[in-house]
Design a protein around this ligand. Sequence first.
Ligand code: HAM
Length: 422
Amino acid sequence: MHDLLGAQMEAWTRVEQTVRTLFSLAGYREIRTPVLEHAEVFTQAVGDDTDIVEKQMYRVESDEKEKLVLRPEETAAFVRAVIEHQLHRSNQTQRFFYYLPMFRHERPQKGRLRQFYQFGAELILDPTPEADAEIVWLLDHLLKTLKITEYGIRINSLGCQDCRPKYKLALESFFKPHLESLCEQCQKRFARSPLRILDCKKEACRALAVQAPKTGDYLDDACHEHHAQLKKQLSALGISFQDDPHIVRGLDYYCRTAFEFTSDLLGAQSALAGGGRYDPLATRFGEKAFPAVGFGLGMERIILVLEQKGLLEGSPPEPFYYFAALGEAAFDLLYRVSFALKQEKIAVEMSYDREKGLKALLKLADRSGCAYTVVVGDNELAQSSIIVKDMKARTQSTLSLPHLTPESLTQELSRRASSSAT
Ligand code: HAM
């Protein structure tokens, strides 16, 4: 779990702002669910035998009997919220996005944290392959807008409840004679979810997986047509992708489309984002299925890629004015004016240390990166004037005002700031 500060934090904020704007332009509305959920939300919806549920959930202790967990992912919590607010009863397509922290008790390594942030998009009530293509396009568009192009897109169809059982049987008969050569974990997977063996990174399992039956050969006509149309639309949108039968995803709720965006710039944890269609997820909450497709994109992984590309520069916010007050009366004047200007959205910085002399104050002004330093001392007060130093041009001028009051000074400095902005 990381503290975020300084240039890192500024880079995060920039990415957040860009992504929020894009989501909003694409018609996605923000949704925010609580950090804590009932454990069943994930045990039922994500699948009891997935790594996330089996090993990675943080359980919260409390005096109550309820079993609460920190959310390890958002899609199940999102569907819980959709059902709770009856959003699935609408007869119109609906689009949502989120930007939330997730918690998984994983072994930490580069790009893999225990608290990490995800951007996600979920599009519901549209069963068409065009909705799937929109989700993939949105993710692609978002990364390109962030100037990230070094990734590959791999897509697959996992079939549906009708055709997947046949595929599962085919996989079982293929792996059964080779059980001993599979890793320990895949031997367990064989009994519960043979599809996930296809996703194993171990050499021996991968060698076998390459020869295993392919989902594409087991899809029924409707799933086949859906996948073909998705590929057609992605090509028409100019998106390059690879059809990869090994994309099965580590979560149980997908049907038909599953996809991953991976980048070599990330090292071992190469997944930038992943997602797919999850129409039957609602049935795990005892509701009727409704069409749904979405993605999750790891914020830390975006930042890692930007860092690799040298795009993470960030500097502290710079004030427009730095106020240097010499003496009590000047201090009171500039102190008041500083807040009046901030109310007008003009950035002002001022030292509250009354002991500092002109030299020290000018040093601070220089370090602040301000555009102008305003100096007021007893002399200036007596002559109803101020000194304005242009920090870039390294020039200084004395400005006389008919009356040196907080109001007249605010007005004058505000006028100067807006004329310099135009
Ligand atoms: P996921 O593949 O588990 O999918 O996570 C999505 C992304 O979150 C990953 O591609 C990765 O960038 C990031 N991520 C996952 N685990 C970590 C970690 N420990 N540290 C840092 N980043 C991580 C989901 O969570 C699905 N809910 C996505 C989805 C939305 N499917 C449909 N809608």
